[in-house]
Ligand binder design. Structure first.
Ligand SMILES: Cc1ncc(COP(=O)(O)O)c(C=O)c1O
Length: 400
């Protein structure tokens, strides 16, 4: 067999993250997995998707099975524009909105359009691993900015900008952040927009989990506060289903135009069938009908996990209290290493994602991410009990 490794691009060696691909690929039988941030299949609106797809194929094949314009079908963009207006109180112009093949594709487009090797991108520390991998693959330097219980520390970003950091953009996940589950309060949102406007720095706002507030309430988006300095990227993966591979970006027209140009070099257009599905499902009130049940499901899962963590975690272990989404972030007592504990956890029948890969810097050894989207409340109880005993056993020698 020929060895092609000499043909692989330099950036394939920069990528990292293979360990995580393995972790997310699945867990051995019998292991209760809290790894992947996947939506619960019980939230997939299968009957509607079945009926709408059949109708589209029967009645609209010339559009739904065809290529589309690069920025998306006109009717779909119009639907998404109205949706932004209804949900966020601002109506983007046609030139301010592009249909993407999901959030990850939007990150890839941003990298193509904005990043030259060596450019800086400011990120929350910790942040979404997929974003760090995309930025790393584009040979960007991720500049970690500190966070606290309220998410991004805007004062820390201000210090870095004043000290000369010139990022191509600041990447932020304001709601139920991946991996921490935290939400950026309104005063920080205003301060962030104001700061970035003053420095002429683009904000990339990732709203992947925004519509999954447990109580349905939400704060103003960064994009609605500062459409001149914010590019918002959204996805239908968590509110419809990931298999549709569909999302949007709304932001300054010149940035959106560059994303459209970049898309000509990737898939040229998001799949027409998925675009039409979202449009028809949306017009038929699907999101309004189904999202309350999805929010209630995730809220009940969090209630179960939260109570179980209280019951089973040893003293000194802390975790975040998300008000939406799928994720909580656990901090172990100093000296424990979540990566090193992973084999013992798997042996005990529980899986999590250790914290370090979510960090652009070196931190996070004592942290880990738990997803509560998938397991049932009874399984979450058992998973927390198993995790509690693994952490307890690791603490025992230190305490002896
Ligand atoms: C914060 C965040 N952004 C983007 C994505 C990617 O979404 P998509 O499925 O649309 O590529 C995810 C997926 O988990 C995510 O957690």
């Amino acid at each position: 067999m020929p060895d092609f490794s000499a043909a692989f691009a330099r950036r394939t060696r920069l990528r990292g993250g293979d360990e995580l691909t393995t972790i997310l690929a699945g867990s051995p039988p019998g292991v209760l997995s809290m790894t992947g941030g996947f939506p619960n299949p019980a939230t997939f609106p299968t009957d509607e998707v079945d009926a709408i797809s059949a109708r589209l194929v029967r009645e609209d094949a010339a559009v739904a099975l065809q290529y589309t314009p690069c920025a998306g079908l006109a009717s779909v963009r119009e639907y998404l524009i109205e949706r932004q207006a209804a949900l966020q109180g601002r109506r983007p112009e046609v030139a301010e909105l592009i249909v993407t093949s999901g959030g990850m594709e939007c990150l890839a487009l941003l990298c193509q359009a904005l990043i030259d090797p060596g450019d800086a991108v400011a990120v929350e520390e910790p942040t979404y691993l997929g974003a760090l991998m995309a930025f790393g693959g584009a040979e960007a330097r991720a500049a970690p900015i500190g966070t606290d219980a309220d998410g991004l520390r805007v004062d820390a970003l201000a210090e870095r900008l004043e000290a000369g950091l010139r990022p191509k953009f600041v990447y932020v996940i304001p709601e139920y952040q991946n991996p921490t589950g935290r939400t950026l309060p309104l005063d920080r949102r205003r301060a962030l927009v104001e700061l970035c406007r003053r420095h002429g720095v683009l904000i990339v706002e990732d709203v992947a989990y925004r519509e999954l507030a447990f109580d349905g309430a939400s704060l103003r988006t960064l994009w609605s506060l500062g459409p001149d300095v914010v590019l918002q990227m959204g996805t239908f993966s968590k509110t419809f289903f990931p298999g549709v591979r569909l999302g949007w970006a709304a932001g300054p027209a010149d940035v959106v135009a560059e994303l459209v140009a970049a898309k000509q070099n990737t898939d040229q257009c998001a799949g027409a069938l998925g675009q039409r599905l979202v449009e028809e499902y949306g017009h038929a009130g699907g999101f309004e009908r189904h999202l309350p049940a999805a929010r209630a499901l995730y809220a009940s899962h969090w209630a179960a996990l939260s109570a179980a963590l209280e019951r089973h975690m040893p003293q000194g272990v802390t975790w975040t209290e998300p008000t939406g989404g799928f994720l909580t972030w656990v901090t172990l007592p100093d000296g424990l290493d979540a990566m090193a504990l992973r084999p013992a956890a798997l042996d005990a029948g529980v899986a999590y994602v250790p914290g370090p890969p979510f960090h652009a810097g070196d931190g996070g050894a004592a942290t880990l991410r738990l997803s509560f989207s998938h397991l049932t409340p009874a399984e979450l109880e058992a998973a927390a009990e198993r995790l509690g005993s693994v952490v307890g056993a690791a603490l025992a020698p230190a305490e002896a």
